[in-house]
Design a protein around this ligand. Structure first.
Ligand SMILES: [Zn+2]
Length: 113
């Protein structure tokens, strides 16, 4: 990495210094505008991700069906993969290629970033 050598500005004229300051301020304003635009984009994307998660939770609830057998005990099953009957909503399992499994993997991947 190249070592930064501070320029000797002691012999610069007032106009040269002013010109250097203007250029530095332009660079600063451009960088700040880019930073603000990036922050705005990140905030908008975070909002979309939050809404996607909420939407996915609603979808999961809508594809889990409740059945009651002769014993009147409720059982739950995913209507997309019909993997298994479960005795509670929270313990329903899904096939590896079920859209719910794929979505969960995607959300976990997102959580790692
Ligand atoms: Zn499933």
């Amino acid at each position: 990495m190249a070592k930064y050598i501070k320029p000797d500005r002691s012999s610069w004229t007032h106009d040269q210094l002013e010109h250097e300051l203007e250029n530095s301020m332009k660079l600063y304003r451009t960088a700040m505008k880019q930073y603000m635009d990036d922050q705005s984009t990140i905030t908008a994307q975070e909002d979309i991700i939050k809404r996607l998660k909420e939407d996915a939770e609603r979808l999961v609830e809508s594809v889990i069906a409740e059945f009651r057998g002769k014993d009147r005990v409720p059982h739950f099953e995913c209507q997309l993969c019909e993997n298994s009957f479960s005795e509670s909503l929270e313990t329903v399992t899904h096939d590896a290629d079920c859209p719910i499994t794929l979505h969960t993997q995607l959300m976990n991947e997102l959580g790692e970033k």
